[in-house]
Design a protein around this ligand. Structure first.
Ligand code: PLP
Length: 380
């Protein structure tokens, strides 16, 4: 008789969905304070009234199923050598990741995944019967990539290597030698290299957009999204940029999954990625990231029971705490006792940490940090 494996839930996403809309202070998300539609259109710098009227008059039809040409061209512009044929527009980066795995691997395949990490591939590997090995960013070495683990994790049979750069939850950007090592490891076995780059553009320490892996090796799938660096998670627009034939095969899967994204999402994302608007959005995002982390740094400097390595990018950091309590237990108490919310480290594969989001208005962030501090004091 066939046995059915128990379904592995995406615990992080489920936890966030359960509580993020009911808590007073929510520092669990990983993007910056979202833009409004008016705010986005105002960044075009033209006649706002006319632009709003044009959006209001949009027929709510299906868009082009693989993404409107205007949007695919707007995305391709930011990837060296890419054209619209290299782009598939998806329902968020989450679907781009899912459809990538589905398209280029098969049950029984070996995949290698960076840790700590947004745990999408960890769960998918189990639910879709891929075997998974991991390689880590080291907490005691400033989140440097462990190159020996990388060599071991990417075995001759490995067909898929996944990295998140800049990283969630640590906000670290890979150094040039680490990037080269990842590409070399994938090349050595001919594996697909999936680079989830949704936090590129949200840099804290530089104004330089984090370099994409696209173009570094012919089997790269580069994943992006409007959710994080662009402050537009509600558009639910993500994308994959890769070889045209593979992108076409991914579209064939998408026909079964979602058909397409939404027409308003396509139109507004094309505005966000246009050469005139994109730099304005990124400036806003980096402003939130920089001011926000200053609040965390001041808070952490005033306590001897927490430690945080300043993130290179993204509106999140991974705070290590000294208290002897499991991180999910801590977060559940924070919810119940302080009506505040952060993401627990164990759901990223590393307990003893909290992922704290800070790309929000100053007062809100400070209040959330104060409540975390109160609970740490209560625990003693
Ligand atoms: C690394 C990473 N990839 C993908 C996603 C999903 O993003 P999207 O909203 O574009 O689906 C997230 C969301 O937190 C993420 O952190």
């Amino acid at each position: 008789m066939a046995t059915t494996r128990p379904f592995v839930e995406f615990k992080l996403e489920r936890l966030l969905s359960a509580h993020e809309n009911e808590v007073e202070i929510n520092l669990s998300e990983s993007g910056v304070h979202p833009l409004t539609m008016r705010g986005l259109l105002a960044m075009k710098g033209g006649d706002l009234g006319a632009d709003l009227a044009a959006i209001a008059a949009t027929e709510l039809n299906y868009p082009q199923a693989n993404g409107d040409l205007e949007l695919r061209e707007a995305i391709a512009r930011w990837y060296p050598g890419a054209t619209a044929a290299n782009v598939l527009v998806t329902v968020g980066a989450i679907q781009a990741n899912f459809t990538s795995l589905l398209t280029v691997t098969a049950p029984g395949d070996a995949i290698a995944v960076m840790q700590p990490n947004y745990q999408q591939f960890w769960g998918l590997a189990q639910n879709l019967e891929r075997t998974m090995s991991t390689f880590s960013l080291k907490p005691h070495r400033d989140w440097a990539l462990d190159l020996d683990e990388l060599q071991d994790a990417v075995a001759p049979e490995t067909s898929f290597v996944a990295v998140v750069n800049p990283n969630n939850p640590t906000g670290r950007i890979m150094r040039a030698d680490e990037r080269a090592a990842v590409v070399a490891a994938a090349e050595r076995t001919g594996a697909w290299l999936l680079a989830d780059e949704v936090y590129a553009g949200a840099e804290r320490v530089t104004d330089e957009f984090t370099q994409t892996f696209y173009g570094q090796y012919e089997k790269v799938l580069a994943i992006g999204s409007t959710s994080k660096a662009y402050g537009l998670p509600g558009l639910r627009i993500g994308w994959v940029v890769g070889p045209a034939d593979v992108v076409a095969r991914m579209w064939a899967w998408q026909d079964y999954i979602t058909i397409c994204t939404t027409c308003l999402g396509n139109k507004l994302a094309a505005v966000a990625l246009s050469p005139a608007v994109r730099p304005r959005i990124l400036e806003r995002t980096r402003g939130y990231v920089r001011r926000g982390f200053d609040n965390v740094a001041r808070w952490a400097a005033g306590r001897d029971d927490v430690e945080v390595l300043p993130p290179d990018a993204a509106a999140i950091c991974f705070v290590r705490y000294a208290a002897a309590i499991n991180s999910t237990e801590f977060v559940m108490r924070l919810l119940r006792e302080k009506s505040a919310f952060v993401a627990p480290g164990d759901l990223f594969g590393l307990d003893g940490h909290l992922r704290v989001s800070f790309g929000l208005p100053d007062e809100y962030v400070r209040e959330g940090l104060a409540r975390i501090g109160e609970l740490l004091d209560d625990i003693g």
